[in-house]
Design a protein around this ligand. Structure first.
Ligand code: NAD
Length: 480
């Protein structure tokens, strides 16, 4: 009998063909115990060229496929993902570390994205502009930009590839997708759902390998017309430059360091549990996670104590174990990054209220960590922690808090909590970010634009703005 939840065989997908062996590859590790889950084949440049050529050939047919048919395929994909959510979630939990319940929620979110983009495909309207003279017609058409190269990170192995794949396919584009090498099984499961739903060969190609080699080959490739990248600002700068050199459109969803302003009239009974859940979800490896906490001095001591108590009570364990509330970090690079931030904090005299150390010596577990009196020059207040560390600092005046919240070059997400309507409006207007949550964390939803400003990138994924990224404008002025 086969175990449906066993980690699946890993493969590339090129022009409809699953390729399990290429002569090169790497081991995929379980971050909870560092055991080997599977072998991931790597592409070489010949295979990358095949993928790009396949995407270019498929584009001719897919872009001409009626939008209603594209919708049916995307909607069927959503249904298949929902049916398969439990199995995929267990694979995701093993390769990325997050608790299975979080992974199930993420697959649900990815299914919503396929459904929403599918529904939107038949609504890609153009417009007619009144002409200045009789007998003249001006028509504005929105057309798919062409084959896309997509690059996704490991922290949301379903949501991030889903945004790129669903957006591209709904618009009539084809895509060569490079998901993260750490979390391939989830992306493969999404690709299988699409193929089972009837997606023609070549419309989606999945490649894995050495990230820089793949991006440096694919971005300038003549078949590729658009780039979409999610990852760090440093890598985004490099890929953005490559895209600019070959005059290709790019969407860049990069790092953040989301400020949270807790005003003196906020209801701590509700705010603290909500912030603890948002901060430590996916062990803090979330680009929109609250990560710099500014708390009104009147509430400060109580906030720090309650927040730290709730953080310390989180049950840390393997994502596949019942009762786990926070899993390991996804890779050993994050452990080293946490140690560096905590060492810097100690050296600068921040107060370590709870946590601050690795858990055990097998698996990449880090204690939920709270650092108080975190002043602006501490590394953790300037660099995105991308892990379970919450730095908290008091403020005296809302204008001061807003200016400290807006002081970094990042601008992905920002949050504010208050009991007053007037302050709520001040927070909404005063926080500089692509996504602002006021008494709300509901910012990552299929129908809403997801994206940042400043060093957090440009362009949006999700919502109708997400589709805009895959469309180009053609004006047709015609004498009729
Ligand atoms: P990283 O920047 O090296 O990698 C992030 C992702 O980009 C990975 O999936 C990686 O495979 C890919 N990548 C790296 N170099 C690439 C290249 N030259 N071409 C194409 N893809 C490339 O960082 P990391 O160590 O994996 O993660 C650490 C930092 O990345 C975090 O501190 C965080 O700032 C950022 N990050 C952001 C997001 C996000 O959602 N915006 C997600 C994951 C990581």
């Amino acid at each position: 009998m086969t175990d449906a939840t066993a980690y699946p065989q890993l493969a590339l997908l090129i022009d409809g063909e699953w390729i399990t062996e290429t002569g090169a590859g790497e081991a995929v590790l379980n971050p909870a115990d560092e055991s080997e889950l599977g072998h991931l084949p790597h592409v070489d440049t010949a295979l990358l060229d095949r993928a790009a050529q396949a995407a270019a050939r498929a584009f001719d047919r897919w872009s001409a496929t009626p939008a209603i048919e594209r919708k049916r395929i995307l909607n069927r994909t959503a249904a298949l993902l929902r049916e398969r959510a439990e199995d995929i979630a267990r694979w995701m939990s093993r390769e990325e570390g997050k608790p299975v319940a979080e992974a199930v929620g993420e697959i649900g979110g990815a299914a919503d994205i396929f459904e929403w983009y599918g529904d939107e495909a038949p609504r890609l309207y153009g417009r007619t502009v009144p002409a200045r003279a009789p007998g003249l017609r001006h028509e504005v058409r929105r057309l798919p930009v062409g084959p896309v190269a997509g690059f996704a990170p490991w922290n949301f192995p379903a949501l991030t590839p889903a945004r790129k794949i669903a957006g591209a396919l709904a618009a009539g584009c084809t895509i060569v997708m490079k998901p993260a090498e750490e979390t391939p099984a989830t992306a493969i499961a999404i690709a299988r759902a699409l193929m089972d739903a009837g997606l023609p060969p070549g419309c989606l190609n999945l490649v894995f390998g050495h990230p820089a080699t793949i991006s440096e080959y694919l971005i300038p490739h003549p078949a590729i017309r658009k780039i979409s990248f999610t990852g760090s600002t440093a890598v985004g700068r490099h890929l953005g430059a490559l895209a600019a050199q070959s005059v290709k459109r790019a969407t860049m969803e990069l790092g953040g360091h989301a400020p949270v302003v807790v005003c003196d009239d906020a209801a701590l009974d509700q705010v603290v549990p909500a912030l603890v859940a948002a901060k430590f979800r996916n062990a803090g490896q979330v680009c929109i996670a609250p990560s710099r906490f500014f708390v009104a001095r009147k509430l400060y001591d109580g906030f720090v104590d309650r927040f730290a108590e709730a953080a310390a009570a989180l049950h840390v364990g393997a994502g596949t174990e019942a009762g786990t509330q926070m899993g390991p970090l996804a890779n050993d690079r994050r452990l080293a990054a946490m140690a560096r931030l905590v060492d810097d904090a100690e050296a600068r005299g921040l107060r370590r209220v709870t946590g601050g150390a690795r858990v055990g010596n097998r698996g990449y577990f880090w204690q939920p960590t709270v650092l108080a009196e975190a002043e602006g020059d501490a590394l953790v207040m300037r660099e995105e922690p991308f892990g379970p560390i919450a730095p908290i600092t008091p403020f005296d005046d809302l204008d001061e808090a807003l200016s400290r919240a807006n002081a970094l070059p990042y601008g992905l997400a920002a949050y504010g909590f208050t009991g007053s309507r007037a302050t709520s409006d001040r927070l909404a207007a005063g926080l500089r970010a692509g996504m602002v949550g006021v008494n709300s964390f509901a910012i990552s939803i299929a129908e809403l634009p997801f994206g940042g400003v400043g060093d957090s990138g440009y362009g949006s994924e999700g919502g109708t703005e997400g589709l805009d990224g895959y469309l180009e404008t053609r004006l047709i002025s015609q004498t009729v």
